[in-house]
Design a protein around this ligand. Structure first.
Ligand code: ATR
Length: 290
């Protein structure tokens, strides 16, 4: 019952998540249940796409109303949009595209960084018993982001905005360096990250696909260095708890699952897709089922 076929008709608005791989994405489940609970006439599907610009050329005249973008298309999506929100432009990645119903123009946004950073801030508030929302739990903290793709860039940008000192560690050093220079952070190769622990209580965020189903035995960083981190976040949500998060918790860190980022980044996407407030409780109900 993923697509609520009973509500499909000529007025149904069609949305999709573009990715490769994409079958693991829970977005169709999340949005279809939310559309139904909000009484919104829409349907949301998986779109397995190899070549993003070819996809938009082929489907430019069709009636898709909007898209989510996931691995590996978030950066290429910037170039495919007719207009890009300034924040998404600064990040260099788009994960939400709205297609104008009047002229078919594509508008790109980034909802990843708000979702991830708010989840990490709440994790820090819980760890350090901070109650006010006006506080700045990331200010001054050393924030290490693994990965320099679309998600990595979004997190590095968001952490920097919140006053953290940001280090980007990536398998391909040059890619980390390029983005670190843009946002005003430092760069490391992933190999060098193992020896990088200038202080205790750092924050670690994995944005690579290392550890994602079906490769759940993989982890981007050895367990013995996790003791230097007070909070570890993993953008992966399949599985909900990755090997990285399990080992971080065993090492005494507070952990934040990518599921929390996934739910929170969807709030803004839902609002952009429908013009309605996001049914936050419904999102949590849907995701608790899987
Ligand atoms: P996304 O948009 O979701 O961030 P992406 O743009 O394809 O996806 O970026 C994937 C990131 O994961 C990159 O930083 C990539 O490192 P490279 O720049 O060296 O390619 C990283 N990554 C992917 N597979 C990896 C692996 N097996 N080990 C380490 N890093 C990996």
């Amino acid at each position: 019952n993923l697509y609520n076929f009973r509500q499909l008709g000529p007025d149904t608005k069609v949305y999709g998540v573009i990715g490769k791989p994409v079958g693991h994405s829970k977005s169709p489940m999340l949005y279809n249940e939310a559309f139904k609970s909000a009484g919104f006439n829409g349907v949301y599907v998986h779109l397995l796409v190899d070549d993003l610009s070819k996809f938009f050329q082929t489907y430019s005249s069709t009636d898709f109303a909007g898209f989510s973008c996931t691995i590996p298309h978030k950066e290429a999506a910037v170039k495919c949009c007719d207009e890009v929100d300034p924040v998404a432009k600064s990040i260099g990645a788009v994960n939400c595209i709205i297609r104008s119903q009047s002229d078919g123009k594509l508008f790109g946004y980034n909802t990843d960084y708000v979702g991830a950073i708010s989840a990490i801030e709440d994790g820090l508030r819980a760890r350090y018993n901070i109650s006010g929302i006006a506080d700045l739990p990331l200010a001054g903290k050393l924030f290490v982001v693994i990965g320099a793709g679309g998600a990595g860039k979004a997190l590095a940008y968001g952490a920097k905005q919140k006053g953290a000192r940001v280090v980007i560690a990536n398998r391909t050093y040059e890619r980390a360096k390029e983005h670190a220079d843009i946002i005003g952070g430092d760069a490391l190769s992933l190999a060098d990250l193992v020896r990088f622990h200038p202080e205790e209580g750092m924050i670690l965020a994995n944005t690579t696909s290392v550890g994602m189903q079906p490769n759940i035995d993989e982890t981007p960083i050895p367990k013995d260095v996790l003791k230097y981190y007070s909070l570890v976040f993993d953008a992966i949500y399949t599985p909900k708890i990755t090997r990285l998060l399990r080992e971080a918790e065993e090492s005494g860190a507070t952990i934040v699952s990518g599921l929390e980022m996934f739910i929170r980044q969807a709030y803004e996407q839902f609002e952009r897709f429908t013009g309605l407030p996001a049914p936050k409780e419904q999102f949590r109900k849907t995701m608790s089922k899987y």
